[in-house]
Design a binder for this molecule. Sequence first.
Ligand SMILES: [Zn+2]
Length: 289
Amino acid sequence: MKNRDLNGRRVVAVFAHPDDETLFMGGTLADLAARGADVTVITVTLGELGEIIGEPYQGLIASDQLGGYRAAELAHALGALDVHGLQLGGFGFFHDSGMAGSPDHDNPRALVNRIDEAVALLREQFAILAPDVIFTFGPDGGYGHPDHIAVNQAVHRAAADEQRIWWPVFEATAIDEALEAVEPPLGWSLPDRAYLDNFTNSGADVVYQLPAAAFAAKRAAMSAHATQIWVADGTVTRVNPHAAFAGLRNPGLAPAAYGLSNLLVMPLLDSEHFQLGNGSASHVVVEPC
Ligand SMILES: [Zn+2]
């Protein structure tokens, strides 16, 4: 029987776009919930400015329908992880900010132009949810997306001084080692050094080893984000009717692989990495183990 050692504990994870929760720490969220914690994922934007993998749904971009579609993908992903979800300010309240320099960045509804509002709304939610621990991006946003950086700033401003905050990271050494065991699917590429340096962070205070059920839940959640994530295990979906197979030379290091719309192969690890962002790592209530 599953150890419910976290019964009564409250976990809040705050991310910018649908799919961030799954990519950065879906397995840990699933496992904390399975251990009995009350886990809530707060998503701030709809990711309206993302790209789309696969041809059938490309028209969602021109018709500005991607955000609503991603809200549904997020609901399925959170179901696979078996965690609660809420949209900060309601669905569609904060708009995806796009990349710095793009016209979308100047949209008055964009998150980057409304960080004070996000702080106020997060304060309200933290007061209601009373989290023992909060997870969010590190200060660089993981890989520099302006919305990720804005969420980091808003969470840290909204949280109490002593609030424990963990930052999930793609840990550089672990990703490098695992990537050596992965052969890209036909037509895909290996990411280059600059891409990896941007995408990863060095070092972790905690490595959370994912039990098989949590790893399976993360994979299912990744497949639920089919417009954004292509799991290279031969799976086809209505969104993406093309199979891709990554070669896995050492499943102990890289048990699976995936790509984003850029078709750069990335290893899917069976562990997730965290840096302590605030508060004390001692007298830990919810400690990734
Ligand atoms: Zn994101």
